[in-house]
Design a protein around this ligand. Structure first.
Ligand SMILES: CC(C)(COP(=O)(O)OP(=O)(O)OC[C@H]1O[C@@H](n2cnc3c(N)ncnc32)[C@H](O)[C@@H]1OP(=O)(O)O)[C@@H](O)C(=O)NCCC(=O)NCCS
Length: 198
């Protein structure tokens, strides 16, 4: 997991469109998110695959062929390494409120803790920025995301009826950013979350 950079925009937009289809943000909007000084976006990339490919690409002196050459990638290659997920926070400086803007994990990489890891990292950054309250919005018909948020301590604070296409409600959630964990996870978190507008 690392901080997103502008070079990740193409890969992020591929996953964004595949994930949110008709609700996907326009590329310009995502670019502004990545460029915003108030934003904090993370990407999860498949370093292991990248490293295996790089190794294959380096090959032995007599193993180099066209395919291996194609396996060479550098930072200018927006599609490399493969993007497994991304998540973003908006936390204007000087304020004590922030929004979880978005989160998506590639279908092939779901269910193994990436989403939770990205959310933990955004909450940690929120705390570092002095954010006391985090907000998000989630589609009422998205039980998986709602379960993730609830397990992190987000609580429902309202409903925006028919906020999304096809009349789907938005559930507004809030998290009182908990203090840094100084005891084993699972203790009382005191967590309270508005933001993910899908
Ligand atoms: C929501 C999403 C980001 C979760 O990512 P993920 O990497 O699969 O999540 P994790 O593996 O970290 O699981 C975290 C929690 O999500 C919930 N969850 C994950 N997969 C689930 C499933 N198949 N059924 C029910 N709950 C599930 C669980 O609460 C899980 O916690 P647990 O493992 O302790 O039970 C991912 O499903 C996704 O990209 N969905 C499409 C985009 C989206 O809905 N974004 C949110 C917009 S508000």
């Amino acid at each position: 997991m690392r901080r997103a950079r502008l070079g990740d925009l193409d890969a992020i937009m591929r996953l964004e469109r595949a994930t949110f289809t008709e609700d996907a943000w326009p590329e310009d909007a995502m670019r502004r998110e990545l460029e915003s000084p108030h934003g904090y976006y993370l990407v999860a990339v498949d370093d292991e695959l990248a490293s295996r490919q790089a190794h294959a690409g380096s090959g032995g002196a007599d193993e180099v062929d066209d395919e291996a050459s194609e396996a060479q990638h550098d930072e200018s290659d927006a599609a490399w390494p493969p993007l497994l997920g991304y998540a973003g926070l908006l936390a204007p400086s000087g304020g004590d409120q922030g929004d979880i803007q978005t989160i998506a994990v590639d279908p092939a990489a779901r269910g193994i803790g990436l989403g939770r890891g990205l959310m933990h990292a955004l909450i940690t950054e929120s705390r570092r920025r002095g954010i006391a309250q985090l907000f998000l919005e989630v589609r009422a018909d998205n039980p998986i995301a709602r379960s993730l948020y609830e397990s992190l301590g987000f609580v429902e604070i309202g409903v925006r009826p028919r906020y999304y296409r096809r009349g789907v409600d938005a559930i507004m959630m809030q998290l009182a950013v908990p203090p840094a964990v100084t005891r084993p996870a699972g203790g009382a978190g005191g967590a309270t979350i508005r933001g993910v507008s899908r």
